[in-house]
Design a protein around this ligand. Sequence first.
Ligand code: SAH
Ligand code: F3S
Length: 458
Amino acid sequence: MNRVYIKTYGCQMNERDSEAVAALLRARGYRMVQDENACDVMLLNTCSVRDAAEQKAIGKAANVSQKRKHNPRFILGILGCMAQNRGAELLDALPDVDLIVGTQKFHQVPDYLDNLRAAQEAGTPIGNTIIDIAEEAGSQNTIRDHVLEESQVTAFVSIQQGCNMDCAFCIVPKTRGDERSRPMNEIVRECEQLAERGVREITLLGQIVTSYGRRDYEHTGGITPFVQLLEHINAIPGIRRIRFTSPHPRGFKDDLIQAYGRLEKLCEYVHLPLQSGSDRILKAMNRPYSRDRYKQIVDDLRRVRPDMYFSTDIIVGFPGETEDDFQQTRELFEACNYDMAYVFKYSIRTGTPAATLEDQIPDEVKEARNNQLLAILAANSDRRNATLLGTTLEVLVEGPDKKGRGFMGRTRGNRIVHFEANERLIGELVPVKIERASTAVLYGSLILAGVESPESKA
Ligand code: SAH
Ligand code: F3S
């Protein structure tokens, strides 16, 4: 009765949180399973960023509790952002949920499951849902342990929780709380341990990573704590690539821009959320930069790394967005020449400042604007991929492709590549000659001469 299935919605932060919960549960004697039909405990780690994400998890929970009605020993839990956002109110829609645990209490999940199971053993009808969505000082330090799959070569490392930016559309400050950073030495130690276990690529995670440690560490010689952290990780021999998400444009001062020229492991791929290209809308969104300033950052980064890849987040249909505002977004979107982008239709989040604004935009308009940007993006991606044909790129071999198309890995620019290889090369950086491309995937062949092992360069 100890088989646990965790389903994760939303961002990479959530994936990392789920992984940490899994590690804690395993240490407590629970067994993690991949088959949702063969579990005794189902935990949904939820997302609240858009309404659709909440509805998906609610639908799933309703469906599962319906199916499991006949099984009094089955436990259903809702974790994370939606638990934090809605709390006990979730029971109106989902009366059969046993456990509701917020974003600062993931580490309590094993205790709560033990309690629920003990109550079942004692024959106490559960009926009493455990709800814990309190704040907890220091909770950013509880996401530590990893469950690594055998031969896992990439890993997420949480460096910070929460956000104090108050963008007018965003529920995250409510669901994730105040900005809190983990100690730098603990993060570096975690990366060293991951390297010892074969991890070669680290992605640092936080809601606003560029603000990392700003209240806890000094700027030394014009270098922010975030860039200091990058320097430390760059110095770990086994680590070959560093990425991070998500930064904020305001964090791209000279020290971070120059870091792309001097930290050789920092990949030339930047996710730089724009949200809107209209100064008027940026202001209404409470985003503290202008379109000119944003474009300046893009240009500065391309000057340091001409081969830089850019990705972004855009919201179309923010309240009051006129055709002219959208055209400005469209124009800047084209000028930045993104290689990747996440385009979202504005979704009303109760409790955020934008929710009560007049002039909400009709769905069809959002849909049309969304499609225009996606079409530009597909063309950009094809154009970039065309420039890669015939070139040889450094690929980190991650493992067999799940759909059986040989092996897969990624370039430093975060392009997925498929190629023939063998198990021995997992975790190696190999040269792959690019022969073919779809919009989302590159295909190529391994150039065998010159295969280097991680040790040879480290
Ligand atoms: N800094 C965070 C942002 C979290 S939200 C991070 O880790 O990425 C991710 C993206 O969702 C935002 O950048 C924004 O583009 C989008 N988003 C946030 N709130 C939204 C809303 N109410 N409607 C539509 N998209 C939204
Ligand atoms: Fe949300 Fe803005 Fe922070 S998008 S996570 S409030 S930087």
